[in-house]
Design a protein around this ligand. Structure first.
Ligand SMILES: Nc1ncnc2c1ncn2[C@@H]1O[C@H](COP(=O)(O)OP(=O)(O)OP(=O)(O)O)[C@@H](O)[C@H]1O
Ligand SMILES: [Mg+2]
Length: 258
């Protein structure tokens, strides 16, 4: 049966009760992607004051949609809503199964996505603990993660979005910054991001690393593979930009042995 109270609460959250923007992109996505659990979860976060309002769509992806919102204090927040039905189920399962921090793995896809969301939250906390600039995680519940919004009126651009405006010296700085990030995570944080690329670096007060869902700890049997991937991606990207980069094999050896 339809739950009118819940529908109303979601409409309030989307600002539809005042604005009547039923044809907005936000409304369409909310309708297409938000299942009952997601709506209940958002309603819960609304009651908690973590999300007063969602006002914009930042990104729509295979696995998650990211929204711009404000909390009860009027602070901007970014809200990452994982799809509870995803074609990425197998990959998620494999990644979680390899993570020694994750205990019981639910068979149910929806619940598995909850574990995935929780893990991204923990990864954000851990990255920040080791002094890597990432969005501050604020709260998570089920498949929804609320974090610091990076940007002002608009979300901060990704490295990919601004690469045409950057100069060689900017690339050089960014390159050494990202190499330090890889190294600090691995050596101090016993951790690896696993999807470090020009798509997951926001250019703001300093570079902000986002999208920590596949990040894991060094004890994970897949961690070396992920480290290699990050190293290769970063070195190749900056090499294409004409920067003098490190030798991949040498750098890898240094990381593993050092
Ligand atoms: N905290 C944030 N503040 C501002 N913008 C953000 C924030 N988090 C994410 N974004 C924006 O949303 C986009 C998607 O976020 P993210 O990379 O975490 O998800 P995704 O790529 O869809 O995830 P996945 O790789 O798991 O599919 C980012 O490229 C970025 O533009
Ligand atoms: Mg991403």
């Amino acid at each position: 049966m339809r739950d009118y109270a819940l529908e109303r609460e979601i409409e309030t959250l989307l600002g539809l009760r005042e604005r009547r923007e039923k044809d907005s992109e936000l409304y369409k996505i909310a309708n297409e992607v938000f299942d009952r659990t997601t709506k209940e979860t958002l309603a819960y976060l609304h009651r908690r004051g973590a999300i007063e309002n969602l006002y914009g769509v930042i990104s729509t992806g295979k696995e998650a949609n990211v929204f711009a919102g404000v909390d009860r204090e009027g602070e901007r927040v970014a809200v990452k809503v994982y799809r509870t039905y995803t074609t990425e189920f197998r990959r998620i399962w494999e990644y979680l199964a390899a993570d020694p921090r994750v205990g019981y793995l639910p068979k149910d896809m929806r619940k598995l996505v909850f574990v995935w969301t929780r893990r991204e939250f923990k990864n954000l906390q851990r990255a920040i603990k080791y002094a890597v600039r990432a969005p501050e995680p604020l709260i998570f519940r089920n498949n929804v993660l609320v974090m610091e919004f990076v940007g002002d009126d608009l979300p901060a651009p990704r490295l990919k979005d601004v690469e045409k405006e950057l100069e060689k010296s900017d690339f050089e700085e960014l390159y050494s910054y990202l190499m330090r990030v890889i190294e600090r995570l691995w050596k101090r944080g016993d951790m690896v991001h696993g999807d470090l690329s020009e798509y997951n670096v926001l250019i703001w007060d300093e570079p902000v690393i986002i999208d920590w869902s596949q990040a894991t700890v060094r004890r994970n049997r897949m961690s070396l593979e992920l480290l290699k991937r990050d190293l290769r991606n970063v070195i190749n990207y900056f090499a294409r930009k004409g920067i003098a980069v490190d030798d991949y094999d040498e750098k890898l050896r240094e990381l593993i042995e050092g």
